[in-house]
Design a protein around this ligand. Sequence first.
Ligand code: SF4
Length: 746
Amino acid sequence: MKTSFAICNFCDAICGLEIEHSGRDIRRIRGDMADPFSRGHICPKGSAHKDLLNDPDRLRHPMRRIGSEWHEISWREAVTETARQLVAAQREGGRDAAALYYGNPMGHNYQAMLALLPLIRYLGSRNTYTSNSVDAYPRMLVSRLLYGNQAILPVPDVERTEMLVIMGANPMVSHGSVMGIPDTKRRLSAIGERGGEIVVIDPRRTETAAIANEHLAIRPGTDAYLLLSVLNTLERDGLIQLRHLEPIVENLDQVLDLAAQYSPDRTEGVTGVSASAARKLARRFGETERAVWYGRMGTSAQEFGTLTTWLIDVVNIATGKLDSPGGPMFTTPAVDLAALSKVLREPGKYGRWRSRVAGLAEFNAERPVAALVDELETPGRGQIKAMLIVAGNPVLTNPGSARLEKALGDIGFLASIDYYINETNWRADIVMPPSLALESDQYPALEHSIAIRNSAHFSPAVFAREPGTRHELEILTSLISAIASERRIPNVVARAAGGAIKWAIGSGVLLDVLLRLGPQRLSLSELKRQPHGIDLGPLEPHLPQILQTPGGGIDLAPSLVMADVLRLAERFGRSGGSGALGGGMLGGGVVGVPSGGPGGVLGGGATETSPGPVSNSEILLISRRTLKGMNSWMHNLRSLSRGRESCTIQLNPLDAKERGIADGDKVVVESAEGMIEVTAEVTDAVMAGVASMTIGWGHDSPGAQLSVASGRPGSNINVVVDPGVVDRPSGTSVVNGVPVKISAVS
Ligand code: SF4
């Protein structure tokens, strides 16, 4: 029996794993007590690496579908045919006729990500999509606007804060998102033990709210109004204090002028948070020296995702918390992704062009995934004819699932790099299985950049990859070479290009160079000598040096954001906000604020960007995750699929009673986009007028080969979510706050 150490790469927490095994036979996985960052903690998913390794459903060879039959093929055939089809589509329909989509596991695999970037660039298609656009674009876009680079991400200094306000996030389940916080419960509990407090603002009394000092229930999609009312109170009570940020912050007055119109008395009818609660919260936050306001999924994937994310940062800045111990701070990662992207001149470019059909702005030369189904369905030059999906199951994870499934079924050619034949790729032509995390070298470059504490951890592969699989690095670099060959670049040159990239990444040379050039001046050999990782200390102040904005400061009123303020004001009126809005808001526009209408900063576009009005019979649907869930394929892992049914819709007892629904009943959830049936869970954890449903379910596609997941398929929330209803600046689909009708199954 041997003991090996590794990193769990399933989520941002990057827990250290201690694995007892004999060859590939794993006896036990537990948390690595010597890992200074995760301190022995793992969640149920950490132990489930064993199930993934042993899962008989997992593919061990590349497969090709002929009719409804799958046949094993060689890697050469899989890669060559994929390249041939992508290039053929581009020859016939232009560059955009070949599309690429990649899912969130790519962000947790540094080698694959480094190889994917040149492939994306080489393919050169504007039809490139990422799961980041499902929930992370608002955060990345606001970082780009305020700090000059999408990768400059503020992270709560949880270990020193005295007040943590969590809005639309549930770290007790997620272990942080754009905030790596392993050993979450102990770290959050420590805030209370040292006399601090946690406040959770969420339509649902979440698992995090259960250990918080206070929970404020808020109506979905109204967070921006509460934040404006908080700013309003801070200003009235003289609690606006930029402190050390004074020399670098511009245009705070513009934001305060806007906030002046949203007093807590006016917003309470819209948000559901009473004026007195909003005032108390604002005062406590303003008066607490070490405090931080943090938001994630609920504040991003909603009608005003960009504005809400921006306002969270504004509150942190206007009270002088940013870049101060106990507030939102910036990491000092050993591999500095923000500095690297600056060198590569890729700070997060935005809006250079728009999607062909919906008119959504590009970000990072990618289209928001909200545009995907239109680009598949709509004829014309640039319509997608061939597609490669890497580590993603967009039919389950992206809005408009039913349309997307049909459109992907009708596509000329579809290839996928995935462990499984899933609900998306069961209609693909070719599926190529990658190796596992435990079979690859790991350096969590992205996760270290968003961790609540500085650390560096490299873990070598525990097992060799299975002979029939390939590392994603190998697959992607082979594709680069094969595409080059198809484009009639001489074979020797084509092979050399892919081979050079593969060598630089796979040998560790590139990582070593990045570590040596990074702010911690480490080396790969040093990290290899520390199998449990290295603690690099608490977060440190970095302003203004870290900023990459043109003037070197923070403009709190970027035109892109201010242009969207009109939409917020209009929505406020329609939502029944009390009192008349200031004359400038609904009339000729706010003074000094450019128009957000067609031709304005946000530009036009065919997409309907706002949810329709909510009638009395409708309920606002929000999404949630469970501790055992993350990526949809995890529902096929036996240890994660035991216990109570996970796919449920939570309903408040008042709403359930009104509709004659009892706990455990099957209910119909219906929107203009589609209809599903799901099991009701009646609980006062969710506020009246709101329903909360789990994500990643709906394992009932006839051709998917997920024997465990299909035994308890659940329902797919994204069937009822319209991809065309978006947060306008970022193009992020509104997943939280979808008006639906819910009734008992007759
Ligand atoms: S918290 Fe995240 S990193 Fe840690 S074991 Fe669970 S899934 Fe893995």
